[in-house]
Design a binder for this molecule. Structure first.
Ligand SMILES: Cc1cc2nc3c(=O)[nH]c(=O)nc-3n(C[C@H](O)[C@H](O)[C@H](O)COP(=O)(O)O)c2cc1C
Length: 422
């Protein structure tokens, strides 16, 4: 307390004392003596329930994470520098990663208290299947490079927490084993290969494993200049001798038996246009998404080419240095789709408020990429579960505060675009 506050408090106390009936009954000296002899009130020693952690201290258990970024530093400590660089990389100087993240701050929430949220419902429907929340685990390649549990750890977390998981076709665990760990077939992501026979083999294997949805990723077809990855790999990408064990001579599970061994091409080297949708349709009955849509024109083409859904994404800033955050691409794509098919969005989602804003701008569901890697690399399955819990809790709180008691009540009117003030 400041000295001026202390003397003001003292003056107030004396004024109260002078007006007290006790003083008129027994006299001021007797009251003062009684006060002096009185024992001070026993003070309870307050121990904070949890040690207050400085923002940059490393958490030591998944349960200590306050937000999803808390996993990032632990992942960095745990990972080989080259694996870290593979995860962290964007394109050129990584500015689209930053733009993705900052893009969300353009929108503000319109708070609506005094709404009964006792029956809050975060569920969504996708192709007749109900999901408890709109939070999706994006396809992320080579997860054994982040934790020995790999994709199985992520799948078990998705199962425990009831989330939709999309498996990368560059998975380090076979789709069959991931489905077994998930307890039901996951969605399957595809990088089309230059050889259609190879693509067909992968697609048919995913379908035979029961995967209900095929997500064709198209945003890397032109290639991506990943500077951070190249720097992390060391001069000219030379690997340490022990890296050979995983990187050389081994064929990733989904490429087994295919003419080109090793990693599946990421769609480079072939000629791919919208006509490819028909070719895929001819070899599978799975529902078909295209991942990497960023414009209204391509949203319209998605409708015209008979897709079942679009995934708005710039690959977490790994696909092109466009500097346009996906949260800014979303409205024009959603307008073109006009509610005729599901729209999933990802890139830069780190808080429940980000998910809420994406839903308000027309997304059906929202994906997370790097938070999945950070939490897996930090604590395996337990980490991914904790990460999902955090996002779910944050979204729930945001829905309560904005008076949106179900996902369909999250609308454009739930947020303000501060660039346009409306
Ligand atoms: C390490 C890593 C691997 C990825 N692998 C794939 C992949 O195999 N297929 C794919 O479609 N997207 C892949 N992505 C992109 C994610 O699916 C997603 O679009 C992106 O991570 C979302 O952005 P965020 O990381 O900011 O959440 C990968 C992303 C990361 C970080």
């Amino acid at each position: 307390m400041a000295p001026s506050d202390i003397s003001a408090a003292r003056r107030n106390f004396l004024r109260l004392l002078a007006a007290s009936p006790l003083v008129s009954a027994i006299g001021l000296p007797a009251v003062l003596e009684a006060l002096q002899q009185a024992k001070p009130l026993a003070r309870k020693k307050v121990t904070p329930p949890v040690a207050v952690t400085p923002k940059d201290a490393l958490i030591t258990a998944a349960s200590e994470a306050v937000d999803v970024m808390d996993f990032e530093a632990v992942a960095r400590k745990n990972l080989l520098p080259a694996h870290w660089a593979y995860m962290a990389t964007g394109v050129d100087e990584d500015a689209t990663i930053k733009a993705n993240h900052e893009g969300f701050s353009r929108y503000q929430l319109r708070m609506r208290p005094l709404v009964d949220f006792s029956k809050l419902d975060m569920s969504i429907q996708l192709f007749g299947r109900k999901w408890d929340t709109p939070i999706v685990l994006c396809p992320v390649a080579a997860q054994k490079g982040f934790h020995t549990e790999g994709e199985k750890g992520t799948a078990k977390a998705a199962r425990a927490k009831g989330h939709l998981m999309c498996l990368s076709n560059q998975t380090s665990t076979s789709v069959e084993d991931v489905n077994a760990a998930r307890g039901e077939p996951v969605w399957f992501q595809l990088y089309a290969r230059p050889d259609f026979a190879g693509t067909t083999q992968i697609v048919k294997r995913a379908e035979a494993a029961g995967c209900p949805v095929l997500v064709w990723t198209v945003d890397l077809i032109g290639g991506s200049n990943r500077e951070t990855l190249r720097r992390g790999e060391g001069p000219l990408g030379v690997r340490a001798p022990f890296c050979k064990e995983c990187h050389e001579g081994r064929v990733v599970p989904m490429a087994q038996g295919l003419p080109i061994g090793g990693n599946i091409e990421r769609g480079g080297g072939g000629v791919f246009t919208w006509d490819y949708i028909k070719r895929l349709r001819d070899i599978t009955k799975m529902k078909l998404f295209v991942k990497g849509i960023q414009t209204g024109e391509d949203g319209e083409l998605a409708i015209r080419n008979g897709l079942d859904g679009v995934w708005v994404s710039n690959h977490g800033g790994r696909a092109g240095e466009s500097l346009r955050p996906t949260i800014d691409s979303l409205p024009e794509v959603a307008a073109a789709i006009g509610g005729r098919m599901p729209v999933i969005v990802d890139s830069g989602v780190r808080h429940g408020t980000d998910i809420f804003k994406a839903l308000a701008l027309g997304a059906t569901a929202v994906g997370v990429g790097r938070p999945q890697v950070w939490s897996l690399a930090a604590f395996g399955q337990e980490g991914v579960e904790a990460m999902l819990d955090i996002l779910r809790r944050e979204l729930q709180m945001t829905m309560r505060q904005t008076g949106a008691t179900s996902i369909d009540k999250i609308t454009r009117a739930s947020i303000i675009d501060r660039m346009r003030l409306g």
